[in-house]
Design a binder for this molecule. Structure first.
Ligand code: HAM
Length: 437
């Protein structure tokens, strides 16, 4: 029986790798412009890290953590074992604290790219292993509302840099930790008499994480929520002022957004600014990326520094790479994978195989992308077909005459033009011709 990859995971085959490289290269270039350095953290961490940071009552922790249950998981610091990382923020904060990055840096700007794991029910755009490109700005210098604006602008710029259009940015502010608490109390009080006819899931959210009701997909719940007048009533004066400055920063940068008082996030660590970018063409799983501020998380995970009076602030985002590729495909903007080879060497007769092998080696030593047919004396025609499949720009033919005269026959596969070249000068001549293409 053939074994397939687990449901909700996918292989990235060579024919699609150019699409991934394009996202990664664009992101690396842009991150550099904004002063971000790459950080790589393990793909698994202590389960406790995620429970403490994302929130015990969140879906990601409650239902979706992929835990590693094996004897070898012994040694995790809180004996809860290990879990595959469902996101990148908590691991980055863990590393920030562990290596005391704040001692040297007033502001650490970090980015990452890599696989994340959530035990979700797979569907289009929702996988169990997916990839994120994310950024986190952490430090005593990360408390400025203009940084929120800069990070949101960077997220938008990345999507545009990938070639995407027609996505929508929504922003909101949850206010300080205190504002959030008051908001949750107000919401519970407002919804108290109205939840009886809601579904079980909504009732349980009311108890566990009342904010989730605000962006619930349950139509009955939506109806109830739409009767609430939320606006920015939950924000204290300071919270309101902060949000105003974020919006001003976005206006200054020409970033188009919509303020949505119903936008909350599925992870507990957010305070103040939150945002989400969606592309409607994706259907149910339309969020391309999301992020926000999480000022309390550094201290919550044991960081912060008494030597400095300023609180350590933090703000970041993550984009889902698979969803970006789906959106690019829907907009007809996927990069086509191109096979590429400088030169393919064809053996005129099976007995010239060893000479062919040697010449391919010489060409590679000279820095050219070279290859040959390993078909044990396959016909001339088959070898040419293989050269075409590999996208060879030139074919070198090693025949009796050429071997006798220490020359090679070079065929330009685009023009069909053929020349005879001194074998010793083959690398030099091919390099020259390749440069002219
Ligand atoms: P998140 O909203 O959970 O936030 O995920 C960010 C993005 O990852 C989503 O908008 C989506 O594009 C992608 N994504 C999430 N789950 C899946 C899945 N099962 N399959 C495919 N794509 C998925 C975070 O992860 C936060 N750490 C973002 C952040 C960084 N906040 C502050 N800093």
């Amino acid at each position: 029986m053939k074994i397939s990859s687990p449901r909700g995971t996918s292989d990235i085959l060579p024919c699609h790798i150019a699409e991934w490289h394009q996202l990664e290269t664009t992101a690396r270039t842009l991150f550099k412009t904004y002063g971000y350095s790459e950080i790589r953290t393990p793909v698994f961490e202590d389960t406790g890290l995620f429970k403490r940071s994302l929130g015990e009552s969140t879906e990601v922790v409650n239902k979706q953590l992929l835990e590693i249950k094996s004897q070898r998981a012994e040694g995790a610091s809180d004996d809860a074992g290990f879990a595959l990382r469902p996101e990148g923020t908590a691991p980055v904060v863990r590393a920030y604290n562990q290596y005391d990055l704040g001692r040297e840096e007033f502001l650490s700007k970090l980015f990452y790219m890599g696989p994340m794991f959530r035990g979700e029910r797979p569907q289009k755009g929702r996988l169990r292993e997916f990839h994120q490109i994310g950024a986190e700005a952490i430090g005593r210098g990360a408390n400025h509302p203009l940084l929120d604006a800069e990070i949101i602008a960077l997220c938008v710029k990345l999507l545009k840099g990938f070639g995407l259009n027609d996505f929508k940015l929504k922003i909101n502010s949850l206010g300080s930790a205190e504002d959030k608490k008051n908001f949750a109390n107000w919401l519970r009080a407002e919804l108290k008499g109205k939840i009886d006819h809601l579904g079980d899931e909504s009732k349980s959210q009311y108890e566990r994480n009342v904010f989730r009701l605000l962006d619930s997909k349950d139509p009955a719940c939506k109806e109830v929520i739409n009767t609430l007048e939320i606006g920015s009533r939950h924000l204290s004066e300071a919270g309101l002022k902060y949000f105003e400055e974020v919006k001003k920063g976005l206006d200054q940068l020409g970033v188009v957004y919509e303020v949505s008082s119903h936008l909350v996030r599925g992870l507990d660590y957010y305070t103040h600014t939150v945002f989400e970018i969606a592309y409607a063409g994706l259907g149910a799983q339309d969020a391309l990326g999301a992020g926000g501020r999480y000022n309390g998380l550094i201290e919550q995970l044991g960081g912060g520094d008494r030597r400095f009076p300023e609180q350590v602030g933090a703000m970041g985002f993550a984009l889902g790479m698979e969803r970006i590729l789906l959106a690019l495909e829907a907009q007809g903007k996927l990069v086509q994978a191109k096979r590429f080879l400088d030169v393919f060497v064809v053996a005129g007769k099976p007995e010239y195989e060893t000479e062919t092998f040697g010449l391919v080696h010489e060409l590679r030593q000279g820095g050219l992308a070279a290859d040959m047919d390993f078909g044990r004396g396959r016909a001339f025609k088959k070898q040419f077909e293989q050269a075409n499949k590999l996208g060879a720009r030139f074919v070198i033919i090693l025949g009796e005459e050429e071997l006798k005269n220490a020359t090679v026959g070079v065929k330009n596969m685009t023009t069909g033009e053929q020349t005879i070249v001194d074998r010793k000068k083959a690398v030099e001549e091919l390099s020259r011709q390749l440069e002219r293409l």
